[in-house]
Design a protein around this ligand. Sequence first.
Ligand code: ZN
Length: 601
Amino acid sequence: MKHLTAWLIATSLSLSVIAQHISYQFTAPNAVHHEAEISITADGLPPTPALVRMSRSSPGRYATHEFGKNVYNVMAYDATGKALKVEKTEGDVYKISEHKGTVKVTYTLFANYADGTYSDVDVVGYHLNMPATFMWVKGMEKASISLLFSAPDKNWKVATQLKPTSDPFAFSAPDLQYFMDAPTKVANMHWREWKVTNPDNKQYTFRLALDAEAPEALVDYFTEKLKRVVTAGQAVYGELPAYDYGTYTFIASINPYVARGDGMEHRNSTMITLKRDFDGSNELLGVFAHEFFHCWNVERIRPKSLEPFNFERSNMSEALWVAEGFTHYYGDVLLVRAGLLSYDQFQFENSKLVNAVNTPGVQMYTPVENSQRAVFVDAGVSFDRTNYPNMYTSYYTYGGAIALALDLELRARFNKSLDDVMRELWRKFGKAEVPYTLDDVRNALAAVAGNSAYATTFFKEHVYGHQSFDYKKLLEPAGYTLQHTNSGAWPGEIAFKTEENQLIVANNTIRNTPLYIAGIDIDDVIIEFDGKKVHQVQDITDVLRHHKQGEKISIVYAHRNNVINTQITLTENPAVRIVAIVEGKTNSEVQAFRVKWMGAR
Ligand SMILES: [Zn+2]
C-alpha cells in the first residue's frame, strides 16, 4: 500500500511535468492545385477529450471568417501512429476523446487567396496567414510551438516574425497568440536588410521580403524610400519598439496574381498584398507607412478591448477610431514628412477625411459606435444587402478626420500636436505594454494640452458625441481653406448601371438628399429626367448642366411594377476640398506652421 501510494505520487508528478508543446509540419506536394498537407502534434494533453479547431477570426480583422471551410481529410493518430477516432462537433471543431496525452492531427488545407487574412498555396510559394492555415488545440493556448516547413526549393526563403532556429525552415513561437500573429511567406523573394539604431543604442534589423517581378536596382531604389518611412515613424515616437527577436519584417507581395490589395499589421511584421505590377513608385508606400505605424499604434498601444484576441468569434472594440483612424491619418503624415508625398497630395487626402464627417453614419453614430460596427464591416462576408451608406461611416476616415482636427487644434491652441499625444500614449501604455481604455486616451490628451476640461469636452462632443469640426477655421493657420468641389446642381449621390437600355439606380440613395427625399431607391429605373427620356448616365449629366441649385425637376421612374411621377429640388453637392490660400505662400507664420506639421524630421 505504501509502495503503491509512492508509485501513484511519482506517476502523477511525472505526468504533471510533461511539458505542453505543439509542433506543426507543413508540406505541399499538391501545390499546383493549391493544397497543403499539415500536421499538428500536441504533447502533454490533459486526460480529457482533445478539441482541435480552425479559427474564426484573425489578428487585425474584427469580423468573423470561416477558415474551417477549406479544411478536409482530418485524421488523428497516437504517438505510435495508431489511428484515433475523430468526431466533428462543430463545422470547424474536431474531438478526439480517446488518447494518451499525445495526439497528431493531419489535414488537407485548400488555399488560393493571397491577402492580409487568407492563405495561398502555390508552386511559386506559400503565402500564409496563420489563422487561415493552422488548427490549434483548445486549452493549450499557452503551450510553446514549433513549426517546420518542407520547401521544394532550398533557395526559397522564409519571411516571418517567428523565432528563427539553426534550420532555415524551422521556427518557434512562445504561445498561440504570438504564433497566430506571425504571417509567413515561403518563396523565392527579393530580400533586403538594414539596421536602425534607437536612442538607447539598441539596434534593430529591418527586412523587406518582396515577392515581385522587379529588377534588383528598382528594389534598391524602393528600399531607400522605405527606409525614410521607417525613420519618419521612429521620429514621431522618438524610438522604435523593442521588436521581439530583434527584427521587423515587411512581407510584401506586389504582383497581379494576389487576391486583392490589402495590408495587415502584426507585432514585428506586416503582410502586404498589392494587385499590380511592381514599379517602385511612391504610391506603393502608402500601405507600408500605414502598417508600419501600427507597430506602435494597436500592436503595443493596444486597446484593452482587443486583449487577448479571441480566435473563435468576432472582436469588438470601441477604440478603432484611434487604432485605425489615427493610423490612417499618420500613414500620410509619415509619407509627407519623408518627402514622398507632396503638401498638395497630403491635403487632397485630408479632404477625404473632411468629407467623411459629412456623412449619415456620423450624423447617426459616434466614433465609438462606428468602431463597434467593425465586427460586421471589416471584410465580413454576407449575401444580403445592408444600409451602410445611411448608417455607418468607416472608423478609418472618421477616426482620421478626428486625428486631423485634433492635430490642428493642439498646434494652434496649445503649441502641442497629435505627435505629443501619441508619444504620451506610447510612454504610458505602448512601451509598458499596458492595454488602454478610452479614459486613458482622454487623460493623455489632458496631460498634453495641460487642460483637463478641454479633453473632457473634446471627448464629450467628438468621441461620445458626434459633433463635427470647423475645419475651415482649423486649417486657417496652415494657410488652407475649404472650397466646394462641384458648384453645379446636385440631385444626391447616385450610381447607375445600364441594362437593356435602361438606367437603373445602383446605390442606396443617401438620407436627406433630393433623390432620397423623393423616394427613389436602389434598383429603381429612371425613365424620364426633366421631361426627357434617359438611357445612359450622360443623359442625366446633360440635364443637370442646364440647371441651378434650388430648381425643381420632374422625374418619372419605375419601382418594381409601378411607374411613379415625382419631382426633386436640386441642391448643392456638400463635397469640399482643401485648397491653399494664395496669400499664405508668402506668410512666414503659415510657412512655419506647415514645416512643423508636414516638414521633414
Ligand atoms: Zn490599419
